[in-house]
Design a protein around this ligand. Sequence first.
Ligand code: DHB
Ligand code: MG
Length: 227
Amino acid sequence: MPTHDDVDAFLTDTLIGSDPSLDAALAAQQDAGLPAIEVSPVSAKLLHLLVRISGARRVLEIGTLGGYSTIWLARAVPEGGRVVSIEAEERNAGIARDNLARAGVADRVEVRVGRGLDVLPTLVGEEPFDLVFVDADKESNTAYLDWAARLGRPGTVIVLDNVVRAGAVADPPTGDTKVEGARAGVVMLGEDPRFDATALQTLDRKGWDGLALAVLTDAVASRSPVS
Ligand code: DHB
Ligand code: MG
């Protein structure tokens, strides 16, 4: 009887295959002792396809880690496109920059170092982002979604990682702040009129988790201008 790991391996081998730059990025991340919590290849490919399907030119990522998902996003933006990726840890950012350079996409990616909530306000006044991937400290999910809405425009695509957490999202509050952050993010996507959203459970090499997918509605256009 095949397991979900067998299926993940089949889907990954068949639809994605191996890629020297991505393999090198993961090896560098592992050698540096970073946690192996990057998105799975099938989810990374989903992000990549969402950028292409939506025609996104300006992509914002909150949570770079070693730059694995960042490479996938950068490869999806068209000529002249840009990925801004925010990373709290200087050391991770250095590893990510090396990985992005090795993958040949450093010219279109800017890794900004700092806590998300410190860096995000510095992006006000730039052109709106077309796609935002939120994958950082789960406790700040609602604040990050709020920033995504402020830095986007109607039609901006939002992806929020880790919304299922092995099912714990459906439990009553447990005191686990990551689970509470995951749940609060989903609740906000359901209640806040600026978002129209769904979520899918995922079962892959990282176990049982999920991704929320949202689009910004016209409600973001009627907000008072950010200053
Ligand atoms: C964790 C964070 C992630 O972004 C992820 O994909 C998996 C786990 C974590 O902090 O536990
Ligand atoms: Mg994640």
